[in-house]
Design a protein around this ligand. Sequence first.
Ligand SMILES: NC(=O)c1ccc[n+]([C@@H]2O[C@H](COP(=O)([O-])OP(=O)(O)OC[C@H]3O[C@@H](n4cnc5c(N)ncnc54)[C@H](OP(=O)(O)O)[C@@H]3O)[C@@H](O)[C@H]2O)c1
Length: 282
Amino acid sequence: MEKTILVTGCSTGIGRHCALRLKETGWRVLATVRKPEDVRTLQAQGLESFVLDLDSSESVQAGFEQAMSLTGGRLDALFNNGAYGQPGAVEDLSRDVLRAQFETNLFGWIELTNLVIPVMRRQQRGRIVMNSSVLGLVAMKYRGAYNASKFALEGITDTYRQELHGSGICVSLIEPGPITSAFRQNALIAFTRNIDATHSVHAETYSGVLSRLEAGEEEGSAFTLPPEAVFKALQSALTARCPRARYYVTFPTYLLGYLRRLLPARWLDAVLRRAAEKENGT
Ligand SMILES: NC(=O)c1ccc[n+]([C@@H]2O[C@H](COP(=O)([O-])OP(=O)(O)OC[C@H]3O[C@@H](n4cnc5c(N)ncnc54)[C@H](OP(=O)(O)O)[C@@H]3O)[C@@H](O)[C@H]2O)c1
């Protein structure tokens, strides 16, 4: 029988690529997006699509119900993916800006997952895959809100894994490093909207942050991979008999994942500070 997966954040980047590739490889894909205009674009590409905005409980509930009515109350897999990066030094983040980051990147994911779990418990099987980040393993300067949301996701997912042990539901994390997508464009929007760069003590650094974000993705960079690399990890998490807890994607993830186990905190800080300074040209 054809298996069904619900994917969030399919308008661009990793979500869109994985939705299309999953369909190609035989899955029935419910490709959800935040904006109605993106529903039409995905439908034109042959995907089943509807709105699911992670910032709104009503939308999460309605999206889940739509999925259930389309599948007759079944779901084989969930790929939690939709998120954004809020750049800015922690001291420049208001409570509301930090809350908004968690609403999208964490609370919406948990709310949706908690709706899906009873369905999978009834089936006595299911796969839940969380698209985390290398920044869920190590923290970098000026990305505190995003770091915190992904660190929290790591903690929640480790908890889910233990609580769901024996239920037939497997939960995995994917840990991508740099991937070509619209992530930087969307981070630039969040930065410009929410950070008062001119009046910040970090004003000088922010001009470097801005140039990095405005430059977009580093196409062809030795470290940056296309979204297909994430799809391969997703495929393993969905099909392996015993999926891994974590799937590393890109060289920076392997390197930093290794260094965080090896180095004392101060040494790791120095490596990460250097990496951020190099990126921002400061
Ligand atoms: N690209 C990277 O280098 C990288 C590295 C590590 C991890 N990741 C993770 O990969 C995932 C996908 O990101 P991406 O790189 O593909 O970036 P992207 O191209 O910016 O895609 C992000 C997707 O999330 C959606 N989204 C944002 N807010 C949402 C909300 N409130 N409700 C539902 N969807 C929402 C966006 O929709 P809109 O178009 O409507 O905003 C978009 O479809 C994220 O979880 C990200 O943290 C990315």
